[in-house]
Design a protein around this ligand. Sequence first.
Ligand SMILES: *Cc1c(COP(=O)(O)O)cnc(C)c1O
Ligand code: SF4
Length: 371
Amino acid sequence: MEDWKWQMQNQVNTLEKLEEYIKVTEEEADAIRNCETRWGTTPYFVSLMDKENPECPIRRQVIPSKHENVNEFGIENYLVYKENRDNHEQRPDTIARQYKDRIAMTITNHCGIYCRHCFRKELVVDKSMQLRFDVDEGLEWVRQHPELREVLITGGDPFLLPDDQIEYIIRKLREVPHIEMIRFGSRLPIVLPQRITPGLKKVLGQYHKVPIWVNTQCNHAKEITERTAQAIWDLLTCGVNVGNQAVLMKGINDDEHSFQQLHQKLLSIRIRPYYVFYLEPAPGIDHFRTPVEKGAELIRDTLRGHTSGLAQPMYVIATNIGKVPLMPDYYIKEKNEKEYILQNHRGETTTLPNIDDQGCTGLPCFKKEFA
Ligand SMILES: *Cc1c(COP(=O)(O)O)cnc(C)c1O
Ligand code: SF4
């Protein structure tokens, strides 16, 4: 159980294996038999499934569904579109760029789970999209772009690479004078916490002026165990900062209780909520789709003011032009030349002076207008 390589070699990815853990429904069994893509995850993560209830959020993220064949809102060749892979700027396959000062570097198509909602399905799940994972070519491109400050290493799951390869990438990036921080996107702290081994800690850890940040993906409080807490502690104690990027999904975390509990439980194991994503318009995932407003409403009704300020993620949609915030705007009730009327989470209002570009000359002016 504790050996992460054993976990990967013994992935639960057949109906027979799944039946050792849960009572598979006829509908789930049918979807598995008709599924043409990869599915499955680690025995550890499957062991967190509810044995009886097919609505279990972990079951729904892992077990294929007949709805995956339906596509209403998804964009075909989604990744090429989203990552601007057909535009004029020539870049290595590993590099996706939307911003001036940071890029995403995709270094593997292997993953510890084939999330049914994955927007990188073409690359990770179906593997219909092939990329050349030439790390040295990517590193050379980074070296030649001095405007970059940060490299976000992603996949698939980059922590599935052997320690020495992760160490190599970190070391090479830290040799680039303009790189100030390194970020990893990995779901392994959630689906395979056993991966945070003493060896990996050695690779990621120790003080260095170019810090390492890890963003993981946890979508429901049920995904968090004592084992997760230990893995996060291990990352933090070697100097790695850990954030979360959740995906808002119908029937998984779009109810008030699940949404609030997720964010509170993340903090209780020291993970800082970073983003909640609106489900991207990739093909075959419409059955998880909520209205766009849903995430903003949930933040308004369950997080902002209702619980710790540290539990507040930014609600965004990741698009082909970068991430766009979709936060609730309930707080400005009214705005006129003199003042803003602000509203809090209880519906109470207060005012704030509306200062123009000339600014305010000081306290007397404030007092005159608003006392
Ligand atoms: C998401 C993403 C980033 C990181 O964006 P942040 O807002 O800094 O988290 C960078 N590059 C690409 C291509 C991305 O998709
Ligand atoms: S962990 Fe990320 S890359 Fe892997 S299947 Fe899930 S969403 Fe896709």
